[in-house]
Design a protein around this ligand. Structure first.
Ligand code: MRU
Length: 338
């Protein structure tokens, strides 16, 4: 058995007093470079460009963006809040963190107090992840195989990760025998980021193409799909990285269990069901080219939604730091998040 620290060495969002330092996730795994944000506009740009990504990490970065604005004065804050809010539409952690900062501003907080609030947001996320890791791992049997999608690890959070936190905890406890990571086309969060994190923290993992998932589940090597979330609606529907929905359908077909791991900052009780969640559409060029090199014939079009919605009926468990909801529905969500 190993400790939490053995499997948690990466930090992507670093506060430096008068700038925010972000590990540039566009360049991983081969280049470890940082982008320094000195104002809120830099932070909004970094969120839009996926320098920083992953629902909790976006929220935390936006909170620091508000602190940078507050250091310049009230006018800068008034400009920063809507700009940060508009930087990406699907992950509700962004709006949640900005609402929390805005409440402090309304109560008269100065830049130093806002700095402490952003720090609390970041620290609470790390604590939630560690707790969810234990809760999620307790649902697993022994010697299980798991498949994850996208990147939900330290890079996507304050540290440790959500779904990847459960995988870290499951490995520490010796319950997980095999980890598979889906490559997550088109941005390759699974191939570029999750594989890097797991290799770096000494967790052996096997990469599969997204299209191998059904065949993999049919082979009997996977017992749990473990994913994160960008927004969980009041009925338990889950928006997450494009491709999650098809994993849930295939999992149900093969009797593989499906777990969603997300902090309460991802839960949006004001959104009744998944159909109301705005799905971000990104540049078709993300599909038409690879690593800057065009791969599709000139003139071709592409449709590039980057999230999808998995209905609650396909989810066996939603793990949050407040507890586990099995077979989520309106009533069970209400009981934990009213
Ligand atoms: O477009 P991204 O990389 O920001 O999408 C990230 C995901 O979909 C993650 O699964 C989700 O944000 C949870 S991260 C703990």
């Amino acid at each position: 058995m190993s400790t939490i620290e053995d499997h948690d060495t990466i930090r992507a969002v670093l506060w430096r007093g008068e700038r925010l330092r972000l590990l540039d996730q566009r360049k991983l795994p081969f280049v470890e470079d940082y982008v320094d944000c000195t104002d809120a506009a830099d932070v909004a740009q970094a969120i839009r460009d996926l320098v920083v990504r992953g629902a909790p990490a976006i929220g935390i970065s936006a909170a620091w963006g508000v602190v940078l604005a507050a250091q310049r004065g009230r006018e800068a804050v008034d400009v920063a809040l809507p700009m940060l809010r508009a930087s990406r539409p699907t992950a509700v952690n962004l709006m949640w963190a900005l609402d929390r900062m805005q409440r402090c501003i309304a109560e008269g907080a100065d830049a130093a107090e806002l700095e402490r609030e952003a720090e609390r947001i970041q620290d609470e996320d790390l604590a939630a992840n560690r707790h969810m890791g234990q809760l999620g791992a307790s649902l697993l049997g022994n010697n299980v195989g798991v498949l994850t999608h996208c990147n939900t690890g330290s890079l996507a959070t304050a540290g440790y990760g959500t779904a990847l936190g459960v995988i870290r905890a499951g490995c520490s406890l010796g319950k997980i025998e095999r980890v598979f990571a889906g490559e997550t086309r088109p941005w390759l969060q699974g191939a570029r980021l999750t594989m890097w994190e797991l290799m770096r923290d000494g967790i052996p993992a096997t990469l599969v193409s997204d299209s191998a998932a059904a065949h993999l589940m049919g082979s009997g090597q996977v017992h749990w799909i473990i994913v994160g979330a960008d927004r969980i609606a009041a009925n338990g529907d889950v928006a997450n990285k494009i491709g999650t929905y098809q994993l849930a359908i295939v999992a149900r077909h093969h009797g593989v269990k499906f777990m969603v791991v997300a902090p309460s900052s991802t839960v949006d009780m004001a959104t009744a069901s998944g159909i109301e969640i705005e799905i971000e559409m990104r540049d078709p060029d993300e599909l038409l080219a690879h690593a800057g090199q065009r791969t599709v014939v000139e003139g071709a079009q592409a449709w590039n939604p980057v999230f999808d919605v998995t209905p609650a009926s396909l989810i066996d468990a939603i793990v949050t730091e407040r507890g586990v909801i099995e077979n989520p529905n309106d009533q069970r969500m209400q009981a934990l998040f009213a």
